[in-house]
Structures are given as C-alpha cells and as structure tokens.
Design a protein around this ligand. Sequence first.
Ligand SMILES: Nc1ncnc2c1ncn2[C@@H]1O[C@H](COP(=O)(O)OP(=O)(O)OP(=O)(O)O)[C@@H](O)[C@H]1O
Ligand SMILES: [Mg+2]
Length: 290
Amino acid sequence: MDTLSVVNQKGGVGKTTTTVCLATALSRLGYSVLVVDLDPQMNGTKWMLGRELEDDEASVLDAIVTAGDNGESSSSDWPLARLTEPSDLGFDFVPAHADLANVEGEIGEKPSRPYLLRERLQEVEEKHGFKYLREVGAHNASEEPYDMCLIDCPPSLGLLVVQALTASDGLIVPVSVDGMSMQGLSQLVNTTREVRKYLNDTVEIVGLLPNNLDYRAGLVNEGLEALRKNYEDLVLDTEVPWRSKIIETSTYGTTLYEHAPSSDAVQIYENLAREVVSKISVPEAEDARP
Ligand SMILES: Nc1ncnc2c1ncn2[C@@H]1O[C@H](COP(=O)(O)OP(=O)(O)OP(=O)(O)O)[C@@H](O)[C@H]1O
Ligand SMILES: [Mg+2]
C-alpha cells in the first residue's frame, strides 16, 4: 500500500477536492483505495459520508490520539481498520473529527507521537490484513487489500501534518498559481526536508498539482510558467482547470462520474491518477473497470 498525503498549508487550494476526486478516479481505474481525513474541518468526511459526523462517532482521532494518550500499544481498541467505512463514492475512508483541532499542539509532546498514524497504517497493511478487518467488525469495508491510501491534510504545517508526512511515501501538493501561494511552497519543501531528515527518510514530493486554473485570466499563464520554472520536474504534467462541476460535485456529496460524466474533469482526474501511479511503485490495476 502506497500512502500519499495531499498537503499544502495554504487553505482552499484544493486538497480535499484533489483527495476525493483522485480517490474516485483511482478506484474507477481498478485500484483499491483508502482515504484518511485528517482535517478537523471534516470537509472530506461530509463529502464521503454524505452527512456531518456526530460528536460521539468514532474517527481517526481515536486511532492516533486516544491510543497515545492511554499509553497503549498499537494493539489498542481502535485500530484504523476498525474505523474504515465504505463511501458511496467507490472507496473506503476513515472520518475526521472536529476535536482533531484541539490536539494538534499535544501530539508532539511525546517523541513517539509523530509515528502514530504511520504505525496505524502499517497495521492495516501488514499485521492484520482483511481477515482481521472482519474480526474487528469492519465487515462492510473493502474485501480487498488497499493498493493506496490518500490522506487529506488540514491547511497547516502543524503536528497533524507532521504525522501525515511521517506516514507517507509521497506528497501531492495542490497549488493555485498566484504569487502568495507559491511563497508558501518553499516552506512546505523545507518541512518535508525536515521530516525526511528526522522522521521518515523515504518521503518524497510526488508532484505539485496546479489546480483551479482559469486560463482566461492572464496572470494564470504567467503563474504557471513561474511555477514550472522554479520547481521544474516537481510540477505534474496534469493541470486541473476551474470547473463549476467540481464545486457542485462536492456540494452534492457525489462524484463527477455521477454528476457530470461528460465534463472534461472526469478525464483530467483519470489522467492525474495515471500520472500519480506512474510516479510511484503501485503495480497496474488488474481489474480496471470500464
Ligand atoms: N478545479 C476546481 N474548480 C473549481 N472549484 C474548485 C476546484 N478545486 C477546488 N475547488 C473549490 O475550491 C474550494 C476549496 O477547495 P478544497 O476544499 O478542496 O480546498 P482545501 O485545500 O481542501 O481547503 P482547506 O485548506 O480549507 O482544507 C471548494 O469550494 C472547491 O469546490
Ligand atoms: Mg480541505
């Protein structure tokens, strides 16, 4: 299972949109995908669950914080596998909880904590497999091992994001191409470097994804040129234009395949999925759906 974080500390650049639309496209191409919502805003959870999460419902918070607070080992009551739910969008997900916001500052106090999410994902992959999923009652989750996990990160470079980066093989960074967004990118690259040095020496930036492009605006082409000049091969070939259908799809909690099958955005996210797969080590899906 390859784990990719969709990350950018700037708000509103399309992290949640990219996570959900990419997960949908990957699952259409035949990959088995798990999405982890790590953002206390829970935008992805609302989209994937089709409703708000109730306060008392279990979430990723139980896996990465309760376990640490109790000083329990990774075999606590809330393995990530038990928190997975199937989404109508075609993949499984682990919901976020608003209280993730309260614990950002606490997570780093114990040295082991940056690794909690990584350990939890490793359990999903290695220890228990899907027999275990059923044993712990996650009977409705995918029956297949996951090929990929996507983590939707909050707009910060705080300790939740450090956990995500520590758990990840790669990062996808949606960017809008105005000057101010690009200033933040060097900070993100530096944080990634720090994480690589101290916590996870294999994490790499898979690619920067120019998103929400309105090609009619003159500055967009200038911005794209500057982005490709500054970050060269780090910028993905795929670009996602501004499309009202994309906004509607998240508003209605559905997929582009359902809501706007003839929109060029469908093909664009499939291109993105293929490009991402080509850059990581995931083998080709065997049972690609039409
Ligand atoms: N390509 C696009 N075309 C049109 N609208 C888009 C596109 N990408 C994202 N949006 C819209 O922009 C808004 C912000 O997107 P999104 O929520 O994905 O950003 P985010 O980075 O996850 O935000 P946050 O930092 O708050 O988590 C949403 O209303 C979304 O529908
Ligand atoms: Mg978001």
